[in-house]
Design a protein around this ligand. Structure first.
Ligand SMILES: N[C@@H](CCC(=O)N[C@@H](CS)C(=O)NCC(=O)O)C(=O)O
Length: 270
């Protein structure tokens, strides 16, 4: 029995969800609305003390950390393996999931909150609820200093200290993806694999926020990879269809409004 605790716009949850669907695993989905503060409920904290999604419970065993969960799934359910066997391709996959955990994910949290989530939480929560939402965030959560940083980004957007650097970091790794994709058809080899699954939600996030000009006409190998990713039949049901319509719409509307500011930070002419 597999129980997945997830959210529609969570990049970490999306990659685990897609891995499970690609491997043909049935799971029970439990929606945790992280924009309403459901991740702070005591029962969920018992499962995930950092108050983040995703969490997976497999026959009573609790698993946290999306990269680790994906590795576990490939070990526990060897059918349709996603991890390359070749040692170089294997460590290249590890490189990408490490970069993702250490750099790209904190950069994504910043980009998403500064562009869209800060406006979405303001729209959906009263002032008191927003205060409670921010006060409930544990310090060691999305990042080691997420509580303070999230407050700053909700208040100041891209003018929060360090926020623009995080956007430049995002750009650095999208460029690195483009350069790796010049060498091989997929990210780590000519076979689609775990790194492609893990990185997809981070490219999708930019696209969902109406910022595809980040790569269009600029990062051609990434643009081509993104087209091929979207043609995989399970992409839409695993990644897009779990995001509620109003949230999909808000991400696009607020994200598109933020694109000129983001473009300026990464020095893209629009
Ligand atoms: N290192 C964790 C990070 C998980 C994470 O940051 N989840 C985000 C959504 S992608 C979250 O739950 N955020 C809750 C919040 O911002 O309070 C993992 O890979 O599972």
């Amino acid at each position: 029995m597999l129980d997945l605790y997830h959210h529609g716009s969570s990049v970490c949850a999306a990659k685990v969800r897609w891995a499970m669907i690609l491997k043909g695993l049935d799971f029970e989905a439990h929606y945790v609305d992280i924009l309403k503060g459901e991740q702070f409920e005591p029962d969920y904290i018992k499962i995930n003390p950092k108050a983040v999604v995703p969490s997976l419970i497999h026959d009573g065993k609790i698993l946290n950390e999306s990269t680790v969960i994906m590795e576990y799934l490939d070990l526990a359910f060897p059918q349709k393996p996603l991890t390359p066997k070749d040692p170089f391709e294997y460590v290249k996959t590890r490189y990408w999931t490490k970069i993702l955990d250490e750099h790209l994910h904190p950069a994504c949290g910043t980009l998403t909150f500064a562009s869209a989530h800060r406006h979405i939480v303001r729209k959906n929560l009263s002032e008191k609820e927003l205060e409670e939402f921010l006060a409930s965030t544990p310090d060691h959560s999305v990042t080691v200093d997420w509580a303070g940083f999230k407050k700053q980004v909700v208040k100041y957007g891209f003018d929060a200290p360090g926020a623009k650097d995080k956007v430049r970091l995002y750009d650095k790794y999208l460029k690195k993806m483009d350069s790796d994709l010049q060498q091989t058809k997929w990210l780590c080899s000519d076979e689609f694999g775990l790194a492609d699954v893990a990185l997809t939600p981070y490219v999708n996030r930019v696209a969902m926020m109406g910022m595809s000009d980040w790569w269009e006409g600029r990062l051609p190998y990434l643009a081509d990879w993104w087209q091929r990713i979207q043609q995989i039949p399970s992409f839409k049901p695993a990644i897009l269809d779990w995001c509620p319509e109003d949230l999909t719409n808000d991400l696009l509307v607020f994200g598109s409004k933020s694109w000129p500011e983001v473009a300026e930070i990464i020095e893209v002419e629009i």
